[in-house]
Design a binder for this molecule. Structure first.
Ligand code: NOJ
Length: 566
């Protein structure tokens, strides 16, 4: 039996490598800081390649590493074909890709096509150019309303709160037109009706593909095409989904967005193996297949499990629906519980049912839920359920997306002082949203910090401060502990390589409504107990369980992988 690394190395030119890949998301500025400036960097990632190899993942997805003022954590890109100097150089990037490939790990880059940053050279040129100019036509500029254009073109709001239009000062110093931004004002939306925008992104895709990038994660894939020509409907109207036919909403999921991805697919297919892509598309489940089609991006995130309560029926329905959808398009399904935009699942599952949104309280374990109700995070229960859910996910056909730190069982950091917060949602919604910084706190690599420094993240602290309790999650400690969450992830990922076969899953009847049971090819049984009463396991060898199996019984809130007796 080949080791996982050997398996990966032999599949380097396999065009289907992505179909069942375990993809580990790295948020570069919070992963590992080699330069000691408090910000994670490319050399930091390279230094952790042995860790990633030992973890057993197939690919890394890097959140944006491009030059950026960090108005939105790097999703405000100044230059798509460069590396932020604080993170390193293009040479550092090449070295990192080489080291990852050497370890049998593919590289997925985040591409942000809906908006540039307001420091991008195109936007600077647009501001310096007159109304109606070619430079302004790369973005979405409009005249304001009111006698002197002092009112925004309409009442739309941005996703991060506040208005979606920002007024500019014209080159002659007078107040002028307004530009549109779906997100922060530092993120002006591009005009995807302009062929120049198309050409430029094709050049960017080739630039990174030529450097060895294996695939792309496409930010806000469902937002690029907009109908901004007709009279703009009001905010109230665009929030009424029932008023628009599928594919005809002015802002989201318009049918013609797929013409862009058809062009991208041609570029992906210029390479061997073809470059892959996964769409971040928050669309109705019935519309997701369009993004995942082989003529388009090939794969799309399904955020259904990420949004689900820990509940057997809910999980089963989501799994069944998504496998059927993937089979219909020829894509493979995707599964994810945590990423840089949501509360870590080890914390979410420790909050009362149906909640899980934002809000650290006074001591880091008291939380304010949406609506203002206080709650305690039951961290032990949260982690127990998170491991159970993850072991179930890692047994499913399709790609599994993991978020840095979940392999350490890391909890969300609830308590971050206002002055340390960075997320624009916090600044644009003061007092309502605390933002997403709690899942972006740099990783604890060591349990004991050298004087004044972080828990092994870098030599000079961390850009988002790590709480004291991070020491208990340090990777160095877990690496030597067979009972740690890290050891559990390593074992699960290694077994996943051994056990993967055809993308098939057969549900088994279960006497208990709280128990899901399915079989994968080769007699690999997966039993997940969402209830609290222990249940019998099928006969065979227990390969791995998320909680200790005693007397052949799987405890509550646990999953086991069992190889059936032959
Ligand atoms: C989705 C990204 O995941 C999120 O972090 C970002 O703020 C928005 N897109 C805007 O780019």
């Amino acid at each position: 039996m080949p080791t996982s690394a050997e398996t990966a190395a032999t599949t380097t030119h396999d065009a289907d490598w992505w179909r069942q890949a375990a993809v580990y998301q790295i948020y570069p500025r919070s992963f590992a800081d080699a330069s000691g400036d408090g910000i994670g960097d490319i050399k930091g990632i390279t230094s952790k390649v042995p860790y990633l190899k030992a973890l057993g993942i197939d690919a890394v997805w890097l959140s944006p590493f491009y030059p950026s003022a960090l108005a939105d954590g790097g999703y405000d890109v100044d230059d798509y074909r460069n590396v932020d100097p604080r993170l390193g150089t293009l040479e550092d990037f090449d070295e990192m890709v080489g080291a990852l490939h050497e370890a049998g790990i593919k590289v997925i880059a985040d591409i942000v096509p809906n908006h540039t940053s307001d420091r991008h050279e195109w936007f600077t040129e647009a501001l310096a150019s007159p109304k109606g100019s070619a430079a302004r036509n790369r973005y979405i500029f409009r005249d304001g309303l009111g006698a002197n254009g002092e009112l925004p073109p309409n009442d739309w709001t941005s996703i991060f709160g506040g208005g979606a239009w920002e007024r500019v000062t014209e080159p002659d110093g007078t107040p002028g037109q307004w530009y549109f931004h779906l997100f922060a004002k530092e993120q002006p939306d591009l005009n995807w009706d302009n062929p120049e925008v198309h050409e430029d992104f094709l050049a960017t895709l080739r630039f990174w593909s030529d450097r060895g990038v294996d695939g792309f994660r496409v930010d806000v894939a469902h937002g690029l095409k907009k109908d901004m020509d007709a009279e703009l409907p009001s905010l109230e109207t665009i929030h009424r989904a029932d008023l628009f036919k599928d594919g005809e909403h002015p802002l989201w999921d318009r049918d013609e967005v797929h013409t862009i991805y058809a062009e991208w697919r041609k570029v992906f297919n210029e390479y061997n193996p073809p470059r892959t892509a996964v769409a971040e598309a928050w669309v109705h489940a019935d519309r997701r297949a369009r993004y995942a089609s082989p003529e388009g991006l090939g794969q799309a995130f399904n955020f259904d499990l990420l949004q689900a309560d820990f509940d057997a029926d809910v999980f089963r329905a989501i799994i069944t629906k998504n496998l059927a959808e993937a089979a219909a398009t020829g894509a493979s399904s995707t599964w994810v519980f945590s990423n840089h935009d949501v509360v870590r699942h080890a914390t979410r599952y420790g909050l009362p049912k149906g909640t899980g949104r934002r809000g650290g309280g006074p001591d880091g374990t008291d939380w304010l839920l949406e609506g203002g109700d206080p709650a305690k995070v039951d961290a032990a229960r949260g982690l127990r359920r998170a491991k159970a859910a993850t072991l179930l996910m890692l047994a499913l056909p399709g790609s599994a997306y993991l978020y840095q730190g979940e392999e350490l069982g890391l909890q969300e950091v609830g308590q971050i002082p206002d002055e340390d917060r960075q997320d624009p949602t916090f600044f644009r919604n003061k007092g309502v949203e605390v933002g997403r910084d709690g899942c972006r706190v740099p990783l604890p690599w060591e349990a004991t910090p050298a004087a004044g420094s972080s828990f092994g993240f870098g030599a000079n602290g961390a850009h988002l401060p790590q709480p004291e309790w991070f020491a208990g999650y340090a990777a160095s400690v877990q690496a030597d502990d067979e009972g740690s969450t890290l050891a559990f992830y390593r074992r699960a990922l290694a077994l996943r390589h051994e056990l993967q076969g055809a993308e098939a899953l057969g549900w088994q009847d279960s006497a208990d409504d709280d128990v899901l049971h399915f079989v994968r090819p080769g007699g690999w049984h997966v039993v997940a107990n969402f209830g609290t009463t222990p249940v019998e396991l099928p006969a065979g060898e227990v390969l791995l369980a998320s909680s200790d199996v005693e007397g052949g019984k799987l405890p509550g809130e646990a999953t086991a992988w069992v190889r059936a007796a032959r």
